[in-house]
Design a protein around this ligand. Structure first.
Ligand code: PEP
Length: 249
């Protein structure tokens, strides 16, 4: 099953209007490459970025499961769409940790986003302690099962990002064997949940991806792209990762 690669950047709580030049430069480079590219920006930049890079996929970093209401500081799927977003991340480990989001919350967020016609990148990943204890595959498989929405519509619009927490922003990366083992286990869970459509869902790797390790990671079976944090903030760092994905086919 050939799945077109997807490289998505997550700017987290970084980026001001002055940084929109980076979005424009990334979108121009992406146009010429045979790979899907997206940037998930702070909510304050979404509409501005959509205007400065028309046609390029801009996303949010979280979405509330409810359509509207008394949820101070939160953002709904309709609000993301209204700002021009095409996708959203759900279940990032920083939100699971700092905002105490549970698998059920992540599932509800994914459902709300898909229902509103946003593409979704759903994150899962284990802690250092879980990896050290040898329980990474079982733990992340269980986390995925409990976070998956009951249906996903068009499978190429739903992605899973495997992001070991201990690899995020640390410069540490699992061995290629460990990445391959996890992605293959997650593929089996997706097929168990969605049948053949599970083979069309993209599984991204995330955690300290950079230009120097991207080609090796993209060569691992069942790695269909990357979710990139720090190295997505500038075109100089991000575009070589996108180019590596395009070369990997
Ligand atoms: C992330 O937080 O999604 C991420 C992968 O971060 P980094 O690339 O900086 O490790």
């Amino acid at each position: 099953m050939a799945r077109r690669k997807l490289v998505a950047g997550n700017w987290k709580m970084n980026g001001l209007t002055d940084d929109l030049g980076q979005v424009a430069a990334i979108s121009i480079a992406a146009e010429t490459l045979d790979v899907d590219v997206a940037l998930c920006l702070p909510a304050t930049l979404i509409e501005k970025a959509v205007r400065s890079a028309p046609g390029f996929a801009i996303g949010g970093q979280d979405v509330h499961p409810a359509a509207n209401g008394a949820h101070t500081g939160c953002i709904s799927a309709a609000m993301l769409l209204d700002a021009g977003a095409k996708l959203t991340i759900v279940g990032h480990s920083e939100r699971r940790d700092a905002q105490h989001e549970m698998d059920g919350d992540v599932k509800a967020k994914a459902e709300a986003a898909l229902h509103a016609d946003l593409d979704v990148i759903l994150c899962v990943g284990e802690s250092d302690a879980v990896r050290e204890a040898g329980n990474a595959v079982d733990t992340v498989s269980t986390q995925l099962d409990a976070s998956l929405p009951p249906s996903i519509g068009e499978p190429h619009r739903f992605s899973v990002a495997y992001e070991p927490i201990w690899a995020i922003g640390t410069g540490k990366v699992p061995s290629m064997t460990d990445i391959g083992e996890m992605h293959s286990a997650l593929r089996a869970r997706l097929v168990a949940a969605y049948g053949d459509a599970g083979n069309e869902v993209r599984i991204l790797y995330g955690g300290s991806v950079k230009a120097s390790n991207a080609a090796e990671i993209f060569a691992v079976p069942d790695v269909d792209g990357a979710l990139v944090g720090g190295a997505s903030l500038t075109s100089a760092d991000f575009v070589p990762i996108v180019q590596a994905a395009a070369s990997a086919g």
